[in-house]
Structures are given as structure tokens and as C-alpha cells.
Ligand binder design. Sequence first.
Ligand code: IPD
Ligand code: CA
Ligand code: CA
Ligand code: CA
Length: 259
Amino acid sequence: MEYELIAELTREWVDEAGEMLRESLKNTSLKIEEKTNPSDLVTEMDRAIEAFFVEKIQKHFPDHKIFGEEGTYDEINDLSGFIWIIDPIDGTLNYVKQKSNFCSMIALFKDGEGVLSFINDVIHEDVYFGIKGKGVFCNDRRLETVPPHSLNEGLIAISTKMVTNESEKTKEVVQEALGVRLIGSAGLEMIQVLTNRVSAYITNDLSAWDIAQGYMLATELGLTFTRRDGTPINLMEKNPILVANSQAHKEIVSKFVKE
Ligand code: IPD
Ligand code: CA
Ligand code: CA
Ligand code: CA
């Protein structure tokens, strides 16, 4: 099936999942469980949305592999073939505590390369998506390429864990920018870079399901998306990421790699 047709189908699933998530905000008795610590939560909706995507993928593409945060459905030993990467709710803590500032993300990779990706900013009903070679869109609007500019001309987003593990290098990078912004959803933070509302986003170690969708969209838009030290992302392991326009990216890497 052509990528555009797969994207059309995926868009239907993403829209339906978004509806389910908006509806779920009315549920006053949502089941919430703790995973590894009190800030690491999973709700019945994280599981339901992932199961919803998995059922659709298995029905339409039974030979594709699936990699989801709330249960790995296939053993992924390498990135060969088609792999769907799902983060049903990115920013679960926000979903529970704020009932906003979360998104739902799904991407399809072929042999390690992103071919289509969706990040749904559920509350604003803004669906960001891209198809390899066809550009990146927000709903029906095509996103403009971000012009290269210096970090000192814009804002920077950092992941919450980088605040608590604040290092001298992080401090130096953050001080260079006009200001720092934190949301607590990697997907929405990556959207901020795609739309040039912040100039860069830097993080601690994130898993493939946190970054794959933004990685595909940023690459398609011509932004630079690497590990924090400027080396390539490896979706088979956790990565501390740096996504930015080419100029800000170069400036930040030089600060992180210097002795
Ligand atoms: C989390 C969010 C958060 C990031 C965490 C992720 P989750 O994802 O993206 O912004 O700082 O490291 O785990 O668990 O809410 O899908
Ligand atoms: Ca989680
Ligand atoms: Ca996530
Ligand atoms: Ca999640």
C-alpha cells in the first residue's frame, strides 16, 4: 500500500483515539496505577489507546511489527522491515494531573527510517503529521521550514529530569537562550521546535516511543535531530536527545561535547 493511503488510514485511527481521549477526561473514576515510582503512571486509557492502535494495525498490516510503550507486542531485535512505534499518551502525568498538555503519538518506520508519523495535540485538536518526502502538516496547514538561527535569538525547552540533574553544561546552554520552557510531554515539546515556538529541545534519556514520531517529523522538516552529543539516534536504545535548527544545534553540541 502507498504511504499516502496508509497515512489516510492512520489519520482515521488517530482522530478516533483523540475523541476517546477527550471523552475520557469526563471520567471521574479513571483507573490509575503506579509503574516504577509515584511520577511514573499508567492509566486505563494508556492501555486502551495502545490496544486500539494495535488492533487496527494487526487487522490491516498483519506482517508489520509493533513497538508500544505499554506492552511490547513483538520482539524487536533490529529495525528491519515495517515497525509501528506507539506512545498512546505522552505526558501521562499531565493527563492525570492537568487534563491537558499531553498528546498521542504513532509512527511507521521502514528499515530504521521514518515513513509516516502523527502527533495529536488532543486538547487543541491539532494533528501534526508527516509523510516521507511530502512535508509536515498541522491539520490541513503545511508547516514552513524553520530558518536556521542562533540559540540566543529564541527559547529553549528542556525535559523535566534535566532540571533536577542540572549540570554546568545544561546551565550554560540554557543561559544562552532568551528563556526556558517546560511542558512535560516530549511530543508536544518537539512540536514546539517544529513550529519554531522554541529554538531547541534537549532531554535526558528517552525511549524509542517518546522520540520516534518527533524524529520522523523533524527530519522531514529539515531540522537536526540527534543525541545530545551530536551523534545519530539509535532507536534500539535510550537516547538523550537534541532537536533544533541547524545553527542552534551546532552551538549546543559544541557546548555539550567540550571538556
Ligand atoms: C514522558 C514524557 C516526559 C518525559 C518523560 C517521558 P510518558 O512520557 O514525554 O515529557 O520527560 O521522560 O517518559 O511516560 O508520559 O509517555
Ligand atoms: Ca509512561
Ligand atoms: Ca512518552
Ligand atoms: Ca506514554
